[in-house]
Design a binder for this molecule. Structure first.
Ligand SMILES: Cc1cc2nc3c(=O)[nH]c(=O)nc-3n(C[C@H](O)[C@H](O)[C@H](O)COP(=O)(O)OP(=O)(O)OC[C@H]3O[C@@H](n4cnc5c(N)ncnc54)[C@H](O)[C@@H]3O)c2cc1C
Length: 456
């Protein structure tokens, strides 16, 4: 079933603070009295009042007519045409992004623990680009996760982790003001995060991230949260736009096109109190949705339309180690209180009571237990290899063997086939359901798989 992720908590999934399904809700459970059709909008024809939707395994198309059309397509990541960036960077917009990042962090630690193949440095250097909310929340959560997880990898030490935040601004979290921005920088620096201000990513090649200050960071983990673009479909629409987003009036109507409405990240909604426009945030999008729905009812039923009037109540961000920064109704909060406010307020905002309960139960548990290192992989499972294919290979890489020796041993065992290796404990953990038998430490057992290695 199609799911709706609660984006403000994506970093909590990436950093294993929350179970992956706790922040998503199946859309059909949210929309009980709505006819729902799942498809990808391919084209919008405002002239003939219809939308082209592809749908199903074969992506067959439907032309859906409408009386009223609400444009709520959100935004996409902007890679600013930086060479190599779109191919190499992780993004943070969907649940699959968060799961992919979490898997990648665990895979890096697993590989670095033995350092028998790839060089270690790129595996242990982690870079997040973007000093806004998404970037700061992501780096803070990653930092907490990696520093806690590293304790379970006997050949790694916390000191060899390099975690870097790159921000083009002179301060991080500029929306919260200078005071809280500086506080957040200080707290992150105390947690060993290297913050590069007034600095941009200018190129990404292989494992090298080149910055505008001339330095290069060697990493295979670059998380890009430094820009959003309007949805590409909006380019095709013959209506007025500002910086690619649809211009609406204070009723959220697209003025030249009766029956067409827009809201959220894909719309520019005028804010009469400031003379500008409302920011693209979830708190605005949610309220715009309610007003737009009431206005459509008013048009259909002949009532009075409502103006969209809203001022941001507060801005909050967790910055790691149970600290946070917040500005609520103009009052600044920082430290544990701000972190606690963030958790409490966002808990109340999680859609559906059932999910609220799950999140509320999950959070206190992270005080009692260490973070979950389960590696979720979405590769289609293959038939498990027969036990006969389990071969004894040699001493544990990382405990005596040089990387060259390990690589040699590995290639001797199966030159053309993928290999999954690890200690008795780690392989056992991955394959408990397969009932493999293992010998004693320090023998390494290598499982040779017929195709892609399947982890879970
Ligand atoms: C990591 C992160 C953290 C954030 N934290 C906060 C926060 O703490 N507080 C806050 O207020 N805001 C936060 N935001 C911003 C907030 O998530 C957005 O402003 C909000 O989701 C915008 O709502 P929307 O409905 O316009 O777009 P979205 O929520 O992006 O929804 C757009 C929907 O359209 C669908 N769609 C797109 N293209 C098509 C197509 N062709 N066919 C069919 N469907 C399509 C998408 O799948 C998606 O479901 C955060 C955003 C991110 C990425």
């Amino acid at each position: 079933m199609i799911i709706v992720p609660f984006t403000p908590m994506l970093h909590e999934v990436a950093a294993s603070d929350l179970d992956i399904t706790n922040i998503v809700s199946p859309i059909r459970r949210l929309l009980r009295r709505v006819t729902f059709f799942h498809g990808e909008i391919e084209a919008i024809d405002l002239e003939h009042r219809r939308v082209g939707v592809s749908h199903g395994h074969e992506s067959h198309c439907h032309a859906l007519p409408y009386d009223h059309l609400m444009l709520a397509l959100g935004s996409t990541t902007n890679f600013f045409d930086i060479p190599g960036l779109a191919d190499c960077a992780f993004t943070m917009k969907s649940l699959s992004d968060a799961i992919a990042l979490r898997n990648h962090l665990i895979a890096n630690l697993e590989e670095a623990d033995y350092a028998c193949g790839a060089p270690r440095a790129p595996l242990l250097n982690f870079v997040v680009a973007g000093g806004g909310f998404a970037g700061v929340e992501t780096i803070a959560a990653m930092n907490d996760f990696l520093r806690e997880a590293v304790r379970f990898f006997p050949h790694l030490r916390e000191e060899i982790l390099r975690i870097t935040l790159v921000s083009s601004g002179k301060i991080i979290l500029p929306e919260l003001g200078e005071k809280l921005g500086i506080y957040a920088q200080r707290k992150l620096s105390e947690q060993q995060v290297d913050i590069r201000l007034n600095c941009k990513v200018v190129a990404v090649t292989g494992h090298d991230v080149t910055l505008s200050d001339g330095t290069t960071l060697t990493t295979n983990t670059l998380v890009w949260t430094a820009g959003i673009s309007p949805h590409a479909l909006l380019n095709t629409l013959p209506c007025q736009k500002a910086k690619g987003r649809v211009l609406v009036n204070e009723y959220l109507e697209v003025p030249e096109w009766p029956g067409v409405w827009a809201l959220g990240d894909c719309a520019v909604v005028p804010d009469h109190t400031t003379g500008g426009s409302h920011p693209p945030t979830a708190q605005h999008a949610l309220r715009e949705g309610r007003v737009a729905a009431q206005n459509i009812l008013a048009v259909v039923g002949g009532g009075r339309k409502k103006l969209f009037i809203y001022s941001t109540i507060g801005l909050l961000a967790p910055i790691g180690k149970r600290t946070g920064v917040a500005n609520i109704l103009g009052v600044n909060f920082s430290g544990f209180l701000a972190w606690w406010l963030w958790r409490t307020i966002y808990l109340l905002k999680v859609p559906r009571f059932e999910k609220k309960v799950l999140v509320a139960l999950d959070w206190p548990l992270d005080v009692l237990f260490s973070k979950d290192l389960v590696h979720f992989r979405t590769i289609r499972p293959h038939t498990p290899p027969p036990v006969g294919e389990l071969i004894q290979l040699g001493p544990i890489p990382g405990s005596g063997e040089s990387p060259e020796q390990c690589a040699k041993l590995t290639s001797q065992a199966a030159p053309s086939r993928p290999i999954l290796h690890g200690t008795r404990q780690s392989i056992l953990a991955r394959h408990t359901s397969r009932r493999f038998l293992f010998g004693t430490h320090p023998i390494v057992y290598t499982v040779i798989l017929p195709a892609d290695p399947v982890l879970f």
